[in-house]
Design a protein around this ligand. Structure first.
Ligand code: OSB
Ligand code: MG
Length: 371
Protein backbone atom coordinates (compact mmCIF):
# COMPACT_ATOMS: atom_id res chain seq x y z
CA UNK A 1 0.00 0.00 0.00
CA UNK A 2 1.02 3.55 -0.75
CA UNK A 3 2.54 5.47 2.16
CA UNK A 4 0.81 8.74 3.01
CA UNK A 5 2.60 11.44 0.97
CA UNK A 6 4.36 14.29 2.77
CA UNK A 7 3.44 17.27 0.64
CA UNK A 8 1.85 18.62 -2.50
CA UNK A 9 3.51 21.43 -4.43
CA UNK A 10 1.89 23.56 -7.11
CA UNK A 11 3.86 25.31 -9.85
CA UNK A 12 2.16 27.90 -12.04
CA UNK A 13 4.09 28.06 -15.28
CA UNK A 14 4.17 30.20 -18.40
CA UNK A 15 5.56 28.92 -21.63
CA UNK A 16 5.62 30.86 -24.94
CA UNK A 17 4.13 28.90 -27.84
CA UNK A 18 6.18 28.63 -31.03
CA UNK A 19 3.20 29.84 -32.99
CA UNK A 20 0.05 31.58 -31.69
CA UNK A 21 -2.80 29.03 -31.46
CA UNK A 22 -6.08 30.52 -32.68
CA UNK A 23 -9.43 28.82 -32.26
CA UNK A 24 -13.05 29.95 -32.55
CA UNK A 25 -12.96 30.80 -28.83
CA UNK A 26 -9.72 32.77 -28.67
CA UNK A 27 -6.02 33.11 -29.23
CA UNK A 28 -3.22 31.70 -27.11
CA UNK A 29 0.36 32.97 -27.40
CA UNK A 30 1.72 31.83 -24.07
CA UNK A 31 0.57 28.72 -22.33
CA UNK A 32 -0.27 29.25 -18.66
CA UNK A 33 -0.40 25.99 -16.76
CA UNK A 34 -0.38 24.35 -13.36
CA UNK A 35 1.86 21.43 -12.45
CA UNK A 36 1.39 19.39 -9.27
CA UNK A 37 4.23 17.59 -7.53
CA UNK A 38 3.23 15.02 -4.93
CA UNK A 39 6.06 13.85 -2.69
CA UNK A 40 6.28 10.69 -0.55
CA UNK A 41 9.75 10.16 0.91
CA UNK A 42 12.10 9.98 -2.05
CA UNK A 43 9.41 9.27 -4.64
CA UNK A 44 7.47 11.98 -6.47
CA UNK A 45 4.46 11.99 -8.75
CA UNK A 46 3.47 14.70 -11.23
CA UNK A 47 0.08 15.83 -12.45
CA UNK A 48 -0.63 18.58 -14.97
CA UNK A 49 -3.84 20.57 -14.76
CA UNK A 50 -5.20 21.29 -18.25
CA UNK A 51 -7.37 24.27 -17.28
CA UNK A 52 -6.70 27.34 -19.41
CA UNK A 53 -5.88 30.94 -18.60
CA UNK A 54 -9.54 31.98 -18.96
CA UNK A 55 -12.91 30.17 -18.86
CA UNK A 56 -13.20 29.91 -22.65
CA UNK A 57 -12.85 26.22 -23.45
CA UNK A 58 -14.61 25.20 -20.23
CA UNK A 59 -15.59 27.04 -17.05
CA UNK A 60 -12.32 26.23 -15.27
CA UNK A 61 -9.15 28.33 -15.19
CA UNK A 62 -5.70 27.85 -13.69
CA UNK A 63 -6.82 30.03 -10.76
CA UNK A 64 -10.11 28.23 -10.06
CA UNK A 65 -8.31 24.91 -10.25
CA UNK A 66 -5.65 25.98 -7.75
CA UNK A 67 -8.33 27.22 -5.40
CA UNK A 68 -10.38 24.02 -5.59
CA UNK A 69 -7.31 21.81 -5.25
CA UNK A 70 -5.96 23.65 -2.20
CA UNK A 71 -9.17 24.53 -0.36
CA UNK A 72 -11.21 21.39 -1.02
CA UNK A 73 -9.25 18.65 -2.83
CA UNK A 74 -6.30 18.41 -0.45
CA UNK A 75 -8.50 18.27 2.71
CA UNK A 76 -10.61 15.46 1.20
CA UNK A 77 -7.52 13.45 0.29
CA UNK A 78 -5.69 13.83 3.57
CA UNK A 79 -8.62 13.33 5.93
CA UNK A 80 -8.50 9.50 5.82
CA UNK A 81 -6.22 6.69 4.64
CA UNK A 82 -4.36 7.78 1.50
CA UNK A 83 -6.41 6.71 -1.59
CA UNK A 84 -5.21 4.42 -4.34
CA UNK A 85 -5.43 6.04 -7.81
CA UNK A 86 -8.71 4.20 -8.40
CA UNK A 87 -10.19 5.66 -5.21
CA UNK A 88 -9.38 9.31 -5.88
CA UNK A 89 -12.48 9.98 -7.97
CA UNK A 90 -14.82 8.71 -5.23
CA UNK A 91 -12.94 10.63 -2.56
CA UNK A 92 -13.26 13.88 -4.53
CA UNK A 93 -16.89 13.23 -5.48
CA UNK A 94 -18.28 15.75 -2.93
CA UNK A 95 -16.77 18.46 -5.16
CA UNK A 96 -19.30 19.24 -7.87
CA UNK A 97 -17.83 20.17 -11.24
CA UNK A 98 -14.16 21.22 -11.49
CA UNK A 99 -13.16 18.09 -13.44
CA UNK A 100 -9.76 19.52 -14.45
CA UNK A 101 -8.82 20.32 -10.85
CA UNK A 102 -9.78 16.81 -9.71
CA UNK A 103 -8.05 15.22 -12.70
CA UNK A 104 -4.74 16.93 -11.87
CA UNK A 105 -4.82 15.53 -8.32
CA UNK A 106 -5.69 12.06 -9.58
CA UNK A 107 -2.92 12.22 -12.17
CA UNK A 108 -0.32 13.07 -9.50
CA UNK A 109 -1.58 10.25 -7.24
CA UNK A 110 -1.45 7.85 -10.18
CA UNK A 111 2.08 8.80 -11.24
CA UNK A 112 3.33 8.56 -7.65
CA UNK A 113 1.72 5.13 -7.16
CA UNK A 114 3.20 3.81 -10.42
CA UNK A 115 6.68 5.13 -9.66
CA UNK A 116 6.52 3.69 -6.14
CA UNK A 117 5.57 0.27 -7.55
CA UNK A 118 8.02 0.46 -10.42
CA UNK A 119 5.52 0.15 -13.26
CA UNK A 120 4.68 2.23 -16.30
CA UNK A 121 1.50 4.27 -16.31
CA UNK A 122 0.34 2.74 -19.59
CA UNK A 123 0.59 -0.69 -17.96
CA UNK A 124 -1.46 0.44 -14.97
CA UNK A 125 -4.18 1.89 -17.23
CA UNK A 126 -4.45 -1.28 -19.32
CA UNK A 127 -2.54 -0.11 -22.38
CA UNK A 128 -1.71 -2.59 -25.12
CA UNK A 129 0.70 -0.77 -27.45
CA UNK A 130 4.11 0.81 -27.16
CA UNK A 131 3.59 3.65 -29.63
CA UNK A 132 0.57 5.78 -30.53
CA UNK A 133 -0.52 7.38 -33.79
CA UNK A 134 0.13 11.11 -33.89
CA UNK A 135 -2.01 13.85 -35.44
CA UNK A 136 -1.79 17.63 -35.45
CA UNK A 137 -4.32 20.30 -34.63
CA UNK A 138 -3.79 23.41 -36.77
CA UNK A 139 -5.15 26.75 -35.58
CA UNK A 140 -6.91 29.40 -37.60
CA UNK A 141 -4.37 31.37 -39.65
CA UNK A 142 -4.40 34.94 -40.93
CA UNK A 143 -4.20 33.76 -44.55
CA UNK A 144 -4.92 30.63 -46.54
CA UNK A 145 -1.29 30.54 -47.69
CA UNK A 146 -0.10 30.33 -44.11
CA UNK A 147 -2.53 27.51 -43.39
CA UNK A 148 -1.44 25.59 -46.50
CA UNK A 149 2.18 26.02 -45.40
CA UNK A 150 1.35 24.55 -42.00
CA UNK A 151 -0.54 21.64 -43.54
CA UNK A 152 2.29 20.90 -46.00
CA UNK A 153 4.80 20.89 -43.14
CA UNK A 154 2.69 18.51 -41.03
CA UNK A 155 2.22 16.15 -44.00
CA UNK A 156 5.92 16.35 -44.80
CA UNK A 157 6.80 15.51 -41.18
CA UNK A 158 4.61 12.40 -41.43
CA UNK A 159 1.64 13.13 -39.17
CA UNK A 160 -1.15 10.60 -39.63
CA UNK A 161 -4.02 13.04 -39.46
CA UNK A 162 -4.49 16.79 -39.77
CA UNK A 163 -7.23 18.62 -37.89
CA UNK A 164 -8.19 22.14 -38.95
CA UNK A 165 -9.77 24.60 -36.56
CA UNK A 166 -12.82 26.21 -38.15
CA UNK A 167 -15.28 29.01 -37.37
CA UNK A 168 -17.89 30.90 -39.38
CA UNK A 169 -15.93 32.70 -42.12
CA UNK A 170 -13.04 30.20 -41.94
CA UNK A 171 -14.51 26.85 -42.89
CA UNK A 172 -15.58 25.64 -46.34
CA UNK A 173 -12.93 27.71 -48.19
CA UNK A 174 -9.87 26.52 -46.23
CA UNK A 175 -11.15 22.94 -46.07
CA UNK A 176 -11.72 22.85 -49.82
CA UNK A 177 -8.24 24.28 -50.50
CA UNK A 178 -6.52 21.78 -48.18
CA UNK A 179 -8.49 18.89 -49.64
CA UNK A 180 -7.64 19.87 -53.22
CA UNK A 181 -3.93 19.95 -52.36
CA UNK A 182 -3.97 16.72 -50.30
CA UNK A 183 -6.68 14.47 -51.78
CA UNK A 184 -5.91 11.44 -49.58
CA UNK A 185 -4.93 13.11 -46.32
CA UNK A 186 -6.89 11.93 -43.25
CA UNK A 187 -8.51 15.27 -42.42
CA UNK A 188 -10.91 16.51 -39.76
CA UNK A 189 -12.25 19.85 -38.50
CA UNK A 190 -12.90 21.23 -35.02
CA UNK A 191 -15.36 24.11 -34.54
CA UNK A 192 -15.05 24.46 -30.74
CA UNK A 193 -18.78 25.11 -30.49
CA UNK A 194 -18.89 28.00 -33.00
CA UNK A 195 -22.08 27.03 -34.90
CA UNK A 196 -25.81 26.75 -34.29
CA UNK A 197 -28.30 24.20 -35.45
CA UNK A 198 -29.65 26.80 -37.92
CA UNK A 199 -26.27 26.61 -39.72
CA UNK A 200 -27.02 23.07 -40.91
CA UNK A 201 -27.21 23.99 -44.62
CA UNK A 202 -23.78 25.60 -44.40
CA UNK A 203 -22.26 22.74 -42.40
CA UNK A 204 -23.67 20.31 -44.95
CA UNK A 205 -21.19 21.70 -47.52
CA UNK A 206 -18.44 20.04 -45.48
CA UNK A 207 -19.90 16.65 -46.48
CA UNK A 208 -18.16 17.07 -49.88
CA UNK A 209 -14.62 16.80 -48.52
CA UNK A 210 -14.41 13.28 -47.09
CA UNK A 211 -13.68 14.47 -43.56
CA UNK A 212 -13.13 11.86 -40.86
CA UNK A 213 -15.32 13.90 -38.52
CA UNK A 214 -16.58 17.32 -37.49
CA UNK A 215 -15.61 17.96 -33.87
CA UNK A 216 -17.93 19.89 -31.53
CA UNK A 217 -19.84 22.01 -34.06
CA UNK A 218 -22.53 23.18 -31.59
CA UNK A 219 -22.75 24.62 -28.08
CA UNK A 220 -20.68 22.97 -25.33
CA UNK A 221 -23.72 21.65 -23.46
CA UNK A 222 -26.05 20.86 -26.37
CA UNK A 223 -26.35 17.08 -26.73
CA UNK A 224 -29.84 17.16 -28.24
CA UNK A 225 -28.79 19.69 -30.89
CA UNK A 226 -25.84 17.47 -31.87
CA UNK A 227 -28.17 14.46 -32.12
CA UNK A 228 -30.43 16.42 -34.48
CA UNK A 229 -27.50 17.69 -36.53
CA UNK A 230 -26.01 14.19 -36.79
CA UNK A 231 -29.17 13.04 -38.57
CA UNK A 232 -28.74 15.73 -41.22
CA UNK A 233 -25.03 15.34 -42.07
CA UNK A 234 -23.11 12.51 -43.66
CA UNK A 235 -19.84 13.38 -41.92
CA UNK A 236 -19.60 11.73 -38.48
CA UNK A 237 -19.80 14.03 -35.46
CA UNK A 238 -17.22 13.88 -32.69
CA UNK A 239 -17.76 15.49 -29.29
CA UNK A 240 -15.12 17.20 -27.19
CA UNK A 241 -16.44 20.01 -24.91
CA UNK A 242 -19.81 18.26 -24.41
CA UNK A 243 -18.37 15.10 -22.87
CA UNK A 244 -17.61 16.06 -19.29
CA UNK A 245 -18.06 12.68 -17.57
CA UNK A 246 -18.67 8.99 -18.26
CA UNK A 247 -22.38 9.55 -17.62
CA UNK A 248 -22.47 12.36 -20.16
CA UNK A 249 -20.73 10.07 -22.67
CA UNK A 250 -23.43 7.46 -22.06
CA UNK A 251 -26.17 10.06 -22.62
CA UNK A 252 -24.51 11.24 -25.85
CA UNK A 253 -24.24 7.70 -27.21
CA UNK A 254 -27.78 6.78 -26.13
CA UNK A 255 -29.31 9.64 -28.14
CA UNK A 256 -26.89 9.49 -31.08
CA UNK A 257 -25.26 12.87 -30.43
CA UNK A 258 -21.90 11.63 -31.72
CA UNK A 259 -20.27 8.70 -33.51
CA UNK A 260 -16.77 9.38 -32.20
CA UNK A 261 -15.47 10.70 -28.86
CA UNK A 262 -12.43 12.89 -28.22
CA UNK A 263 -11.21 11.79 -24.77
CA UNK A 264 -9.33 14.35 -22.68
CA UNK A 265 -8.68 13.04 -19.21
CA UNK A 266 -8.80 16.54 -17.70
CA UNK A 267 -12.14 17.45 -19.25
CA UNK A 268 -13.83 14.26 -18.00
CA UNK A 269 -12.52 14.33 -14.41
CA UNK A 270 -9.34 12.27 -14.55
CA UNK A 271 -7.62 9.16 -15.87
CA UNK A 272 -10.12 6.71 -14.32
CA UNK A 273 -13.06 8.55 -15.93
CA UNK A 274 -11.17 8.59 -19.24
CA UNK A 275 -10.70 4.82 -19.04
CA UNK A 276 -14.40 4.40 -18.17
CA UNK A 277 -15.42 6.35 -21.29
CA UNK A 278 -12.98 4.32 -23.36
CA UNK A 279 -14.53 1.09 -22.03
CA UNK A 280 -18.09 2.28 -22.65
CA UNK A 281 -17.29 3.40 -26.20
CA UNK A 282 -15.45 0.18 -26.95
CA UNK A 283 -18.38 -1.94 -25.78
CA UNK A 284 -20.47 -0.13 -28.40
CA UNK A 285 -17.83 -0.12 -31.17
CA UNK A 286 -17.55 3.66 -30.98
CA UNK A 287 -14.03 4.82 -31.91
CA UNK A 288 -12.25 7.20 -29.55
CA UNK A 289 -9.06 9.23 -29.81
CA UNK A 290 -6.96 11.17 -27.36
CA UNK A 291 -7.38 14.94 -27.43
CA UNK A 292 -4.84 17.49 -26.28
CA UNK A 293 -4.83 20.78 -24.35
CA UNK A 294 -1.40 22.09 -25.39
CA UNK A 295 0.08 20.17 -22.45
CA UNK A 296 3.71 20.18 -21.39
CA UNK A 297 5.52 16.86 -21.63
CA UNK A 298 4.00 15.83 -18.29
CA UNK A 299 0.43 16.02 -19.51
CA UNK A 300 1.49 14.70 -22.89
CA UNK A 301 3.04 11.63 -21.25
CA UNK A 302 -0.30 10.88 -19.57
CA UNK A 303 -2.10 11.32 -22.91
CA UNK A 304 0.35 8.96 -24.59
CA UNK A 305 -0.22 6.37 -21.84
CA UNK A 306 -3.99 6.63 -22.23
CA UNK A 307 -3.81 6.38 -26.01
CA UNK A 308 -2.17 2.95 -25.68
CA UNK A 309 -5.55 1.47 -24.67
CA UNK A 310 -7.05 -0.71 -27.42
CA UNK A 311 -10.13 1.43 -28.11
CA UNK A 312 -8.05 4.47 -29.15
CA UNK A 313 -8.26 3.52 -32.81
CA UNK A 314 -7.86 6.98 -34.37
CA UNK A 315 -4.76 9.24 -34.32
CA UNK A 316 -4.78 11.67 -31.38
CA UNK A 317 -3.91 15.35 -30.93
CA UNK A 318 -0.58 14.09 -29.65
CA UNK A 319 2.23 15.85 -31.48
CA UNK A 320 5.96 16.18 -31.01
CA UNK A 321 7.16 18.62 -28.33
CA UNK A 322 8.91 20.80 -30.94
CA UNK A 323 5.57 21.77 -32.47
CA UNK A 324 4.58 23.56 -29.26
CA UNK A 325 7.73 25.15 -27.76
CA UNK A 326 11.50 25.15 -27.83
CA UNK A 327 12.13 23.56 -24.50
CA UNK A 328 9.84 21.49 -22.33
CA UNK A 329 9.88 20.96 -18.57
CA UNK A 330 9.71 17.19 -19.20
CA UNK A 331 12.68 15.34 -20.66
CA UNK A 332 13.22 13.70 -23.00
CA UNK A 333 11.07 15.59 -25.51
CA UNK A 334 8.47 13.64 -27.46
CA UNK A 335 9.49 13.17 -31.08
CA UNK A 336 7.67 11.91 -34.16
CA UNK A 337 8.93 8.58 -35.50
CA UNK A 338 9.16 7.92 -39.24
CA UNK A 339 5.99 5.85 -38.77
CA UNK A 340 4.07 8.96 -37.70
CA UNK A 341 3.88 7.77 -34.11
CA UNK A 342 5.04 8.83 -30.67
CA UNK A 343 6.74 6.13 -28.61
CA UNK A 344 5.68 5.38 -25.01
CA UNK A 345 8.55 6.17 -22.62
CA UNK A 346 9.86 3.02 -20.95
CA UNK A 347 10.62 4.47 -17.49
CA UNK A 348 8.29 4.06 -14.51
CA UNK A 349 5.18 6.19 -14.06
CA UNK A 350 4.79 8.90 -16.69
CA UNK A 351 8.23 7.89 -17.91
CA UNK A 352 9.60 11.42 -18.24
CA UNK A 353 11.85 13.44 -15.93
CA UNK A 354 11.25 16.99 -14.80
CA UNK A 355 14.05 19.35 -15.80
CA UNK A 356 14.44 21.43 -12.63
CA UNK A 357 16.26 24.35 -14.23
CA UNK A 358 13.68 24.56 -17.00
CA UNK A 359 10.88 24.44 -14.41
CA UNK A 360 12.50 27.26 -12.47
CA UNK A 361 12.71 29.37 -15.60
CA UNK A 362 9.06 29.02 -16.55
CA UNK A 363 7.62 29.10 -13.00
CA UNK A 364 5.74 32.32 -12.15
CA UNK A 365 4.19 31.24 -8.84
CA UNK A 366 4.39 28.29 -6.47
CA UNK A 367 2.84 26.97 -3.27
CA UNK A 368 3.09 24.02 -0.90
CA UNK A 369 0.45 22.10 1.06
CA UNK A 370 1.45 19.75 3.87
CA UNK A 371 -0.36 16.42 3.72
O1 OSB B 1 -10.54 21.72 -28.93
O2 OSB B 1 -9.18 20.12 -29.07
C1 OSB B 1 -9.41 21.29 -28.75
C2 OSB B 1 -6.20 22.99 -27.54
C3 OSB B 1 -6.68 23.70 -26.46
C4 OSB B 1 -8.03 23.67 -26.18
C5 OSB B 1 -8.89 22.89 -26.96
C6 OSB B 1 -8.42 22.17 -28.03
C7 OSB B 1 -7.05 22.24 -28.35
C8 OSB B 1 -6.44 21.59 -29.51
C9 OSB B 1 -4.94 21.38 -29.49
O3 OSB B 1 -7.06 21.30 -30.51
C10 OSB B 1 -4.56 19.98 -29.26
C11 OSB B 1 -3.09 19.84 -28.91
O4 OSB B 1 -2.29 19.73 -29.82
O5 OSB B 1 -2.78 19.81 -27.70
MG1 MG C 1 -11.69 20.09 -29.70
Amino acid sequence: MMAHPDLLEGYVIELPLRRPFVTSFGEERTKRGLLLRLVAGDVEGWGECVAGMGPWFSSETVETAQHVIRAFGVPLLRQQRWPSPGEVQARLAPIRGHPMAKAALEAAVLDLACRARGIRLSQELGGTRDEVEAGVSLGIEATLDELLGEVDAAVEQGYRRVKLKIKPGWDVGPVEAVRRRHPDLPLSVDANAAYRLEDVAHLKKLDDFGLMMIEQPLCFDDLVGHAQLAGKLQTPLCLDESITSPHRAWEALEIGACAIINIKQGRVGGPAAAVAIHDLARSRDVPVWCGGMLETGLGRALNVALATLPGFTLPGDISATERYWKEDVAKPHFVLTERGTVVVPQEDGLGVKVDRSCLKEMCVDRWTEKL
